[in-house]
Write a protein that binds this ligand. Structure first.
Ligand code: G3H
Ligand code: ZN
Length: 313
């Protein structure tokens, strides 16, 4: 089974200037959508679980469930904890068979963040698990002073002192559907990425909050009862520029969920004579798979990076 950690996956992406997509999943249908899209495109991929989705999917069985779904999958994939807020949840996920964890110590002071991240690295690396750290704030739409942006010098110190395998940085992306203020022109601080590249050549950075929140997905979501207002995401062209510098893992939650739930809303509204769940879930899964495929092929450029005849078992 090609379940791997993310260390080589991200180094390889960094070396060849593409990004590995990391998609937030909540259900087996979403897991299937991600794996099938990646398999069809011969792309590595990361299945990402928040603390909430891990609980929902049943922690103890999660790895076994995914490996069963992935039986015919031949591309390398990872099972990743998204925004782990404590050493304890990272340790639990590692013990359950996750191959990658994020320790998000960004709410702490720099020194506390270093300490907790170092502890997670020691536990994870002894067990062959990759660690992503975070430096800077990603829920920063209201911050005007720029203090949430990652400081490149601190990023270097953080990486060297903790031993993390990748680092989530704040350079203008942000979580959710409203990433910029009304009327603001979307932009990214690519200078921060370049400065980090100077200080840490070949080190893979991670972009969170990178959904583009496209109009068609928002329109479909709202047409069938949703109420999303003021949605604005990260333009794909900016993501491509970031990838060309040193962003090697890109997290997508919002776009993936909007594609899935938007299609689900549509089928629930339009199909009135069936009650078998698969009639509603199948179009949602198809829409989610299409979204992943599109990101892989058109934005992240990770398609055809896995040799077809190479055995990953
Ligand atoms: O950790 C998850 C991602 O950062 C989600 O970002 O809301 O832009 O999809 P997004
Ligand atoms: Zn995030």
């Amino acid at each position: 089974m090609p379940l791997v950690n993310t260390i080589e996956m991200l180094k390889e992406a960094n070396r060849h200037h593409y990004a590995v997509g990391c998609f937030n999943v909540d259900s087996l249908a979403m897991v299937q959508a991600v794996l099938c899209a990646a398999e069809a495109s011969r792309s590595p991929v990361i299945l990402s679980f928040s603390a909430g989705s891990r609980e929902f999917m049943h922690p103890g069985n999660l790895k076994a469930l995914i490996e069963t779904v992935a039986q015919d999958i031949t591309i390398p994939y990872a099972i990743h904890l998204d925004h782990g807020k404590s050493f304890e949840i990272c340790r639990a996920c590692i013990d359950e068979g996750f191959t990658s964890v994020m320790i998000d110590g960004s709410a702490h002071s720099f020194e506390e963040n270093v300490a907790i991240t170092k502890d997670v690295c020691a536990y994870a690396h002894a067990r062959g698990v990759a660690v992503e750290g975070e430096l800077g704030g990603l829920d920063a739409i209201d911050k005007n002073d720029g203090s949430h942006f990652t400081n490149p010098e601190q990023a270097k110190e953080f990486v060297l002192r903790t031993g993390v395998d990748s680092l989530a940085v704040s350079a203008g992306t942000g979580h959710g559907t409203q990433k910029f203020r009304p009327g603001e022109i979307p932009s990214l601080r690519l200078d921060i990425l370049k400065a980090i590249k100077e200080l840490l050549p070949d080190f893979p950075l991670v972009f969170h909050g990178s959904s583009s929140v496209p109009n068609d997905l928002v329109a479909q979501f709202n047409r069938y009862g949703g109420q999303l207002q003021g949605a604005v995401g990260i333009p794909e062209e900016l993501l491509k520029e970031a990838i060309a510098i040193n962003v090697s893992k890109i997290n997508i939650g919002t776009d993936f969920r909007l594609a899935y739930v938007g299609a689900l809303r549509k089928s629930l509204a339009e199909i009135v004579d069936r009650y078998e769940p698969r009639h509603f879930l199948a179009p949602a899964r198809t829409a989610a798979q299409k979204l992943v495929s599109d990101k892989i092929n058109r934005v992240f450029m990770s398609a055809n990076r896995v040799e077809t005849n190479k055995s990953n078992h």
